[in-house]
Design a protein around this ligand. Sequence first.
Ligand SMILES: Cc1cc2nc3c(=O)[nH]c(=O)nc-3n(C[C@H](O)[C@H](O)[C@H](O)COP(=O)(O)OP(=O)(O)OC[C@H]3O[C@@H](n4cnc5c(N)ncnc54)[C@H](O)[C@@H]3O)c2cc1C
Length: 456
Amino acid sequence: MKVLVVGAGLAGLTAATDLAARGVDVQVLEARDRVGGRMHGIEVAQDDWADAGAAYLGERHTELLALMAETDLKAVPTAMEGASRFALTAPDATASDATASDARSVPGRFPPLSGVALGELFDLLDEVTRTVRVDAPWLTPDAERLDSTTAAEWAEENLRHPDARLFFPLFLGEMMAAAPADVSVLHMAFYLRSGGGLRYLNAFAGGAQESRIDGGAHRLCEVLAARLGDRVRLGEPVLAVEQDGDGVTVRTAGGAHRGDAVIIAVPPVLADRIGFRPALPEPRSSDRTAPGCAVKVHLIHPSPLWREMGLSGWSVSSDGPLLSTVDDSPPGGVGVLTGFVTGEEAKRYATLPLAEQRAAAVAQAALLFPGLPEPIGFHVTNWLDEPYSRGCYAALFGPGDWIAQGPGLTRPHGRVHWAGTETSTEFFGLMEGAIRSGRRAAAEAAHDHPTSGSAL
Ligand SMILES: Cc1cc2nc3c(=O)[nH]c(=O)nc-3n(C[C@H](O)[C@H](O)[C@H](O)COP(=O)(O)OP(=O)(O)OC[C@H]3O[C@@H](n4cnc5c(N)ncnc54)[C@H](O)[C@@H]3O)c2cc1C
């Protein structure tokens, strides 16, 4: 039996690893000239790596932790000691009312906004999140209504206090890299529940941001790929998948590959760009499926200088570009301040020339952390323009998407099986979801096609 795997992200590599362990002949076809997909490292100083893509994990990410243990990769705790900085300006304030120079230091991570208003916001989010059928969101009671309303409309209707209205888009940007107008309420609620609930997702200590992978998350994919050896082929963008009675032919720019089954481990919008014969019964995305909007910025300093100021490096700002920052410094290495530009702000920032992106980010960091000198290094990773990712952290399902596409996301199409974090109802959008999807797809393919024969 031979299985072809499209995409050498964490989902595809996990699926291929599982199949190889079962003795299945496997071939991974990857469009880029590197493995890892949305897990990507940049070397910011000699042997010091920063995560341009996925970074954080928590103790509930059990499959990821198991895979790390098995590949000898360690978790390092995310540094979060010292005061936080907040520069939060109410949307109705005039430009002269406040700027980032009004940033305030606050002990802990709770923003200096009305505790009652934020408590009510979280209660409202809990209420809508609690009702979601996480295993099958389209079967949620009231799914039609929740799937036809955007999170922006929900906020307009439900959030009265200006502090809640200010904080909600920042929260959604940080959690999902989403602008509220881009996601349905059903998707927002599903995403929060799938990831362990909004408190778990939002937390560093004890939550989903508790630690990072030492040396960079991309290393996990590199280790898996190294073990698979020449079973992984780079620079092979898959253009077409054709099935017949005996097997499947996968066509890339470089040639054709034959197998008994194929696992497609790419985001839904990219799967829809592949030509399938016979055609898929329904598309995997729609014109309302939006790319996750995140640009990651890294400011490199000789050491984590903010720590000397008694600051954790964590900040939240209502004005961009850096809507939040976090200390991602490697232990004992250079200082890495990561800036997250998300939602609508990411769409704007992504279009700026690099010099303007740098100037805006450096100026804001200096206002947030007074006395912080010019960085010695600066990196921008714009995921919106990555042709083989089309946004991140994950696809954003807009109105109608869950009801139309949801039931078919994991349903095999003859010899075609589906993986990728967007096909996992557990930890959707996260590395953990990618691994779980790869495991499921590998088991399915091995079960459904033990030998060659007609599957259509
Ligand atoms: C900035 C950012 C921050 C994130 N933060 C976190 C975090 O802190 N924690 C967390 O758990 N997750 C985070 N994520 C999400 C995480 O990276 C993803 O959930 C996970 O990596 C998805 O893996 P995947 O294999 O499903 O998809 P991908 O990584 O997208 O892999 C798909 C692969 O398919 C390839 N491909 C696409 N089209 C084709 C084609 N036609 N032919 C061949 N190959 C193709 C792509 O090049 C890619 O390598 C973040 C992502 C980003 C970008």
